[in-house]
Design a protein. Sequence first.
Length: 133
Amino acid sequence: MASLQRTKKDYFLYLNSEFFQDIFLLYLVVILLENLYTGVIFDQININYILVPLILSGAIYVFFSKPEIIKKDTDINIWTWILVCAYAIIGAFIIFAKLIGLGWISYIIALFSGIIIFSMSYLILFEHDETRE
């Protein structure tokens, strides 16, 4: 009976994990579309209808899921660098597009934002697990 309960719990956590990832992606896409095309999404739906299940599912995901040990792949190829650069450029462009009304300072803010996005991606790619003995 205990093994049956454990499998139900594992199955529920698996479904919650999948639901959380899907609804998180949906939320990010809605926010991105709203930032690019102001008034298209928020005039039609209330974003809180997506945010409430996202928070609840995220809380369950964080507090009850088992941590997975992921073996980090150290092979970083050219496509990884292309994606990192593309994310930095796209992020800088979105920030510039939202701040274009500020004038010349929007160029500086967008440039530094792109540099920060690239730097954070670089640090994540090359982070090391240093264990203290």
